[in-house]
Design a protein around this ligand. Sequence first.
Ligand SMILES: [Zn+2]
Length: 350
Amino acid sequence: MPRTALVYSSRFEQFSYGSHHPFQLHRYGLALELLESYGLLELPTMERRDCSPVSDQQILSFHTPAYLQRLKEFSTSDEPRADFLFGLGDVDCPVFKGLYDYAALGAGASLEACRLVAEEGFGAVLSLAGGWHHGHRARASGFCYLNDAVIAINWLLERGRRVAYLDLDAHHGDGVQEGFYDDDRVLTISLHESGISFFPGTGFEDETGSGKGTGYTVNLPLLAHTDDPLYMRAFDEVVYPLLAAFDPDIIVAQIGADTFRTDPLTRLEITTHSYAYIMRKLQALKIPWVALGGGRLRPDEHGPGLDHCLGNDEQRGAFAPAAGSLCQEDPPAGLSPHHAAGCPALGRRA
Ligand SMILES: [Zn+2]
């Protein structure tokens, strides 16, 4: 059985996008609680690791010095500020105190996950708070400030590793595509809801890379209401053969579960069935892999508007096969009142 690990720091929950922002960081604590309650962290092959922020040098392997400087400048206080040239200060990417520290810690978590696979022989590692795939070279976008995937993959490339990046999130992995568009050392594949009328408006099938990277960028834009049979067919007929042919040393997979049919912002209709299927297929390749958390929002049944709840139960279910565990049908006893009251993330509405 391959060694597996969860990389996470409780420091993530010390930051906040603001009380009205749809992305609530305490959801990570709920996700962790679920992982613990299901016993996934107690498996004999499972370890839990902390993480540190990435260095500026590592950030600059992708992001520009001017953008990094502005991030640091805006990170010093909660004073309302904006610089739309860099995508900072709008509704999606608000400015808050500690912004740079938070983003650097997120990138550090994903880099540590890659390091565990590359240097310590782990077979599968989850960076729960990773997956910031909309982070551009010089622009924040879609809740993302630093692109942890690109920074971590660059670290692997510096060590001569060949990497395949698979993006299952409902949104196109535009920032990661930007990072490796002209690079033949990284195969990037993104399955997502079509950008015809959907954020970020990119990820069409004719975006295939440039220069020596031509053919190493693959996009599968899916129409609204695509469901499990179509999704698994796309994976089987396009993604899986490409991954097998590319034969990477490491797979980095963004497993955002906002593809799920109950997500309020997306129109795909995927369930845990597809995710468990795909994770098992990845396991069958016997290629070490890193999973990045990614997106997921839910309508809050306990209050107005969008809120956390998340719990990332789907991601727990998706990662469970990699951890060598079968998903349980029912949530375990001892969950917080929030979950036990019928958190929709568990599919058990009160
Ligand atoms: Zn998303």
